[in-house]
Design a protein. Structure first.
Lengths: 412, 412
């Protein structure tokens, strides 16, 4: 199955928006078993869209077009496609009902422009958009399939996952290759590669492929087999060995996240949790509550950004801060232990550090963080050192704190 | 000057790398005065590169190709281009000297593969790469210019800025095109289009272009002029009118964010701020502290996720929750007013709502939020209704809360 992607939008051409849709579609369709032959980006003008359609090569099985389906004047993709394939537009009742319901639920008035979004080309297969008002469309033209999707990533992705891929799977025999991904945190890519070198060599000799997929704080390890499911057990055995090699780093597989692993453990043991955050400023709490049902274990937090609040609300002894500084082992420990009492939780995790880019000193440079985890029995405290980008530091600090928390709650 | 961009690389097609080069070139060349007609991404195969060269339309003045100039076997762009234009390869002495110097400076051995990087097509103009070993190339073919650049962003950008743009400026009389972008929050794209219809019509009649760029909770409005800076004042006048049309939505221009606008105002008026969050669970605090220097205005927060913490730490009267429910105008108001006292801040903003996907009722559906802003003089309370995706709701809730806060702090 050979695929071409066409992105429509001046904001992409002039670089105001980075084309993440093409990357996401490339990744998703490659995993699905398709081969992306080419992607292009064009202006939202009738003539440009027509030229792109004219230029589709015969070898392509499926063209996926994103963008230009909104309700405003510069959204012309639907009209151009309908005219190009000689189809008339008519109200699509199901889409109209969905749009009406969409606005009703949000207590917002429905405008004529939204009503017109239910006008769809007769003869196309409609791909419902559960996250928005611009439906996707599937056109059969000669032996090719032309798909038109909205450009809003959150809408486009849901249509692809829930509507398009099942239909494409029916239509094409894709040679599904089997792969499984493990998640690690806290070891850099090259250090990890060094540490698991002999494991990786054995795996490659065994006819399997390994890919490293790094992102800030994390490295995913994906094992691929082109023999499909028959290699499943072999791959599982390799991952079991990997768990023994890097227990502090490897935290899960596939859809697991640090938070889902932590949440599962807390719920199993009926433990409640809270945070007392300084440098992470709520990001840790936000992550811990990022899954539905978080109220089963998460109680609340104190974000003691200023020293005044650390003392007044966080109950940290003023002298501790004077003697050790706010970014210190002692203050991190006190924040977690006092926070445990104030919030009335079983486990409290605290962070105090210097996110940067300013505020560092020779002794306590930007990127330094102390993290403490207070439980009924014991308080664990550790420090970590990161770089000098504020955004990146906050991300790394939260990932590190979550992995530290995961490792400790798994011992309970 | 009409430009086409071609990116070469399988890692782009399969979505392992997001194509930031195309966005950067789009932005840089647009500001330079060129018009990007189309961009495409192709595989690093000889036949694919040849097809892309064959397909260049006559209207294009300049094609910029990135990628495939490295020293490894999968880097074939140079060889394909030389063969396609019938040029022989020979050692380019200046480039060779540069590469030798490059390795010497780094105390690294120079490999045969690097020596071969100095083999360049005879007859092309060499664009020196001061940040690496792969030189850029400029080919004149009929009346078109074909440029080949390395794909490493840091190398490519320096060649463009220091070598390519000066040469292009000599060759073309570019009519620098001018654009300015305004940011709005809280009005959907279609509702916004309806509301500013006559403004937009006037603008278009005036020879200007308008683009809507929506993202969750936000719509950017970009006015474009192909007449360059001479339209600057005209565009500013249109934006002034727009500010009067949608004061609650329009919050800034170009690099402004809701937080930067709020922070500026708070610092000017020496006001401190804190948050008391339930459904946003720290995301609001995290946003407010996302810029360096946040400690000049941000003190801290209370994340009272559970009712127990709303009562015990947040000082909300238990009866208020019993009588009205935790998601109510009364509780939002109390959270903000009590939070102001507990945190000792000038302004306190509170959120209480149902992020979902579970927890909604007929009367209080998923997506409902109450937001309160307590100041010394007055407390402002408003409710908003969003959809049923948890992630999206949290994003929308935070954007809405920030814009509500912006609007109120601008009145102070």
């Amino acid at each position: 199955m050979k695929v071409e992607l066409i992105s429509i939008g001046d904001e992409l051409l002039i670089g105001q928006t980075i084309n993440t849709n093409a990357a996401w579609l490339g990744q998703t369709l490659t995993l699905f078993g398709a081969r992306i032959i080419r992607t292009s980006t064009i202006s939202d003008q009738d003539s440009e869209i027509r030229s792109a359609l004219d230029a589709i090569s015969e070898e392509i099985d499926c063209v996926i077009i994103t963008g230009g389906l909104g309700p405003t004047k510069d959204d012309i993709t639907k009209h151009t496609l309908a005219a190009y394939y000689g189809l008339k537009l008519a109200i699509h009742q199901e889409t109209l009902a969905h749009i009406e319901n969409y606005f009703e639920k949000r207590n917002r008035p429905m405008l004529e422009a939204n009503h017109l979004q239910a006008m769809l080309p007769l003869g196309c297969i409609v791909l419902p958009n559960k996250n928005g008002t611009a439906a996707g469309m599937w056109f059969n033209h000669n032996k090719q399939i032309i798909i038109s999707l909205p450009g809003v990533p959150y809408e486009m992705k849901r249509i692809v996952d829930e509507e398009l891929l099942p239909l494409l799977a029916n239509r094409f025999k894709v040679s599904t290759h089997y792969h499984k991904t493990a998640h690690t945190q806290g070891i850099g890519e090259s250090f990890l590669a060094e540490k698991i070198k002999s494991w990786e060599d054995a795996l490659r000799k065994d006819g399997l492929e390994l890919a490293y997929l790094p992102s800030p704080g994390y490295v995913k390890l994906r094992i691929n087999s082109y023999k499909g499911n028959s290699d499943k057990d072999k791959i599982d055995t390799y991952f079991k060995k990997l768990e023994e090699l890097i227990p502090e780093a490897l935290f899960g597989y596939e859809g697991d996240t640090l938070v889902s692993v932590i949440a599962k453990r807390l719920i199993e043991h009926k433990l409640s949790i809270g945070t007392v955050e300084s440098c992470t400023a709520g990001l840790l709490a936000q992550q811990l509550t990022s899954i539905s049902g978080a109220s089963d274990y998460f109680e609340g937090s104190l974000l003691s950004y200023s020293d005044a609040i650390k003392i007044k609300v966080g109950q940290v002894d003023e002298k501790l801060i004077e003697e050790n500084g706010a970014v210190s082992e002692e203050v991190a420990r006190s924040m977690a232990e006092e926070g445990r009492k104030t919030l009335g939780v079983d486990i409290c995790i605290s962070t105090t550090g210097i996110a940067g880019p300013t505020g560092g000193t020779g002794e306590k440079p930007v990127g330094l963080i102390w993290i403490a985890i207070a439980t009924k029995e014991k308080t664990f405290v550790k420090s970590f050192q990161f770089g000098d980008s504020r955004d990146r530091n906050q991300q790394m600090m939260v990932a590190t704190a979550l992995n530290f928390l995961r490792f400790e709650v798994l011992q309970i």
